[in-house]
Design a protein around this ligand. Structure first.
Ligand code: PLP
Length: 374
């Protein structure tokens, strides 16, 4: 089965080419290439899309979680709680502020934070007394929103800042609210392979908090005050390019239909595979953005080899939990300390997932998984 891409950005471009080409040309003609009118337009559209007061665009999904930490003044001596089963960026930003990550285990079925372990880690950190619990970064892994009602209540009870790493879940929803509106502050990524992807790096931060939005806007331009050359805080170069913003506006106009198409692929996979492997958990009231369709099987190597033979690409997100990665090891409890994260790293495998995967190909991929395990 040659020619099935893991993610198909070319078909999407072919569909949107006239609008995207025009949008890029308009920016070139306008001459404002960073934070220009295209960026302002996108920010208004994004805020409206997910129902928040402010969307502050930025340079990447990494900056989208780094900047809120800077805005909250997180730094040396602070503990920030983060799942171990995630992409490195979720934890990296903590160390970049000088704070310490405290790694928390996840639930095998949803891939998201295990709230009982989170409470345990907060209590242990308080008891140890070396670090001050300051914030939680919760990740909506593979596109499925975490349990935001519980997370918001827990963060409030514990007096911690709560940051949503929604890099993979933009376009998803939780009990009628869109991702972006589920936490006091949420950051997403517009990396090309993400559900809403640009043609380069990009990100956005969502909040209803006017003061926080103003601080974030200052942080993304080197901590500028009302006057551009008055420095009122330490910031970064966290700006979004106008060309990326113009492309994203076009893609946002078809985004809901693409999420539906991803869900259709997930439904086909589910129907064919639920008795064969562990399929991604569906949770009442939560819509995944289906950034990935990730199965779990103890026979992963066998399935991957069979699919490769059949011309079907697969990916392993993620092969090693963060608490066992070299730069984070000093902050973790070592092998055996987060058993679920460690076990699922040996089981997970993501299948091709994009809105332009037709039903026949989705069925053929699922059949190949079945045959690999016959
Ligand atoms: C969970 C998670 N957080 C953060 C990021 C960082 O996003 P970016 O690559 O846009 O910096 C990613 C991107 O892969 C991610 O998957």
């Amino acid at each position: 089965m040659p020619g099935i891409p893991f993610i198909d950005l070319k078909t999407q471009y072919a569909r949107l080419k006239p609008q995207i080409d025009t949008a890029i040309q308009e920016v070139l003609d306008d001459g404002r290439y960073i934070l220009g009118p295209a960026v302002e337009k996108l920010e208004t559209e994004l805020a409206e899309y997910c129902g928040v007061r402010h969307a502050v665009s930025c340079a990447s999904g990494t900056d989208a979680i780094f900047m809120p930490l800077l805005a909250y003044g997180v730094g040396p001596g602070d503990a920030v709680f983060v799942p171990s089963f995630t992409f490195t960026a979720s934890a990296e930003v903590i160390l970049l502020t000088g704070a310490s990550p405290v790694f928390v285990d996840v639930e095998a079925e949803s891939f998201n934070l295990d709230l009982a372990d989170l409470e345990r880690k907060i209590a242990e950190t308080r008891e140890a007394g070396d670090l001050k619990p300051k914030a939680i970064i919760a990740v909506d892994l593979f596109g499925l929103p975490a349990d935001w009602n519980e997370l918001n209540a827990l963060a409030e009870r514990e007096g911690l800042h709560l940051i949503s790493d929604a890099a993979q879940s933009f376009g998803g929803a939780y009990h009628g609210k869109k991702v972006g509106a589920l936490a006091p502050v949420s950051g997403t990524s517009f990396f090309p392979a993400k559900p809403l992807g640009a043609y380069g790096d990009g990100g956005a931060i969502f909040t209803d908090d006017d003061d926080l939005a103003a601080t974030l806007k200052s942080i993304r331009v080197h901590g500028a005050g009302a006057d551009r050359y008055e420095v009122v805080r330490i910031g970064i170069n966290g700006r979004l390019d106008s060309i990326q913003a113009a492309i994203l506006s076009v893609k946002l106009s078809v985004f809901d239909g693409e999420i539906e198409a991803r869900t259709r692929v997930a439904d086909i996979y589910d129907d064919a595979l639920r008795d064969v492997v562990a399929v991604p958990k569906r949770i009442e009231g939560r819509q995944s953005a289906w950034a990935q369709y990730t199965i779990r099987t103890d026979k992963r190597a066998q399935v991957q080899a069979h699919l490769k033979e059949a011309g079907i690409p697969t990916m392993i997100y993620y092969p090693k939990p963060m608490h066992l990665q070299a730069p984070y090891a000093p902050y973790g409890g070592g092998q055996g300390s987060l058993p679920v994260s460690e076990t699922i790293c040996d089981q997970v495998m993501s299948l091709p997932m994009h809105p332009y995967l037709n039903d026949n190909d989705a069925k053929r991929i699922a059949d190949a998984v079945g045959k690999a395990l016959d």
